[in-house]
Design a protein around this ligand. Structure first.
Ligand code: X2X
Length: 333
């Protein structure tokens, strides 16, 4: 049969010292886990990167993607990438901050005005500072951070128009101390839950509210279990693409080059995807029934200052990191 003839070729070619036509197993089969649905730009671009890396490495590096919390929630995947159970993970800055505290610095409330400030900081000195801290925990962070977005507040109860509407709000936040501190400072009643539990906890009313960038609200279908969306823009959040340090050190230099190029360039394309999506996602979510409002930032910032939020986190991050942030965004406290 045709199949049999095809199968016979590599053996013959190998005997003749020729080049096999059928791919052998890759030298490096690497697992990458993440917490997002396959429809999110992060997964679409990661899949493209994996295909490009397979090709440019001549089949030597095969990255298998496990999306959507298939390997467990963020806490589990962070433990796995540390132990080498998986090779790559994309934790949000908030999530990796449970291991590398300074990584939450980009999430200081109302710090970044726009994406020029965000990428200036994260592709510059502030990002380098965080990557060095990640490296100390024996994880390798690729240079280009991927975009999650500016976080917005959704609720099944009522819109949030100013800081006083946060009072007593039962809101889910990621498992991370900065958002807990921030929402407590705003007077809310935050609860830490992994992303894998967000939809069901909103559906069963364990919490009334959550906060995430609009593309996440869209791909995770949170509009099905939320009614109001308040454009609070309170945190800018991104994903660090990280690798297990031992695995990374063990890769030959030529393959490191191929993998890093594939991942960093995919990250830049993913940023553009989110930028495009940001132009249309609100009207799509409105069509799906979410009611939007746009609160001014002033009352939230004022409340956080009064609560001592900025002073506290300046102390926790240290003056070096804090001044790198302020170099990009101006004085915060
Ligand atoms: O858990 C979240 O809210 C998410 C998806 O934004 C993060 O990964 C932090």
């Amino acid at each position: 049969s045709a199949l049999r003839r095809l199968c016979a070729v590599p053996a013959m070619a190998a005997l003749a010292g020729g080049f096999p036509l059928i791919a052998r197993a890759a030298d490096y089969t690497l697992k990458y886990g993440n917490n997002l649905p396959v429809t999110h730009p992060l997964n679409i671009r990661a899949q493209e990167a994996a295909e490009r890396i397979l090709k440019e490495s001549n089949g030597r590096v095969d990255i298998k993607i496990f999306p959507n919390n298939q390997l467990g929630g963020d806490t589990d995947m962070l433990a796995q990438v540390r132990s080498g159970g998986i090779d790559f993970f994309t934790p949000s800055a908030l999530v990796i901050a449970t291991l590398v505290p300074v990584a939450a610095i980009n999430a200081v409330g109302f710090a970044f005005k726009d994406y020029n400030q965000v990428w200036g900081a994260m592709d510059g000195a502030l990002g380098a500072h965080v990557r060095a801290a990640i490296a100390q925990r024996k994880l390798y962070a690729f240079e280009k951070m991927w975009d999650n977005g500016f976080r917005q507040t959704t609720s099944s109860k009522a819109p949030v128009a100013s800081a006083s509407d946060m009072n007593g709000l039962k809101i889910r936040v990621p498992v991370s101390s900065l958002p807990i501190s921030m929402f407590k400072g705003l007077g809310a009643a935050p609860a830490s839950l992994q992303f894998s539990e967000v939809y069901s906890s909103l559906q069963t009313k364990v919490v009334d509210a959550q906060e995430n960038p609009l593309p996440i609200i869209q791909v995770a279908k949170l509009y099905e279990v939320q009614k109001y969306c308040s454009l609070t823009n309170h945190i800018w959040d991104g994903y660090w693409f990280i690798a297990n340090g031992r695995m990374w050190e063990g890769l030959p230099e030529d393959l490191k080059t191929v993998v890093a190029r594939g991942i960093n360039e995919a990250g830049l394309a993913q940023r553009e995807d989110i930028k495009k999506l940001n132009a249309s996602v609100q009207s799509d979510l409105e069509a799906k029934g979410l009611l939007f409002n746009q609160p001014a930032a002033d009352s939230f910032r004022e409340q956080l200052r009064t609560a001592g939020f900025y002073k506290e986190w300046q102390g926790r991050f240290g003056n070096e990191a804090w001044s790198l942030l302020e170099q990009s965004v101006g004085k915060l406290a």
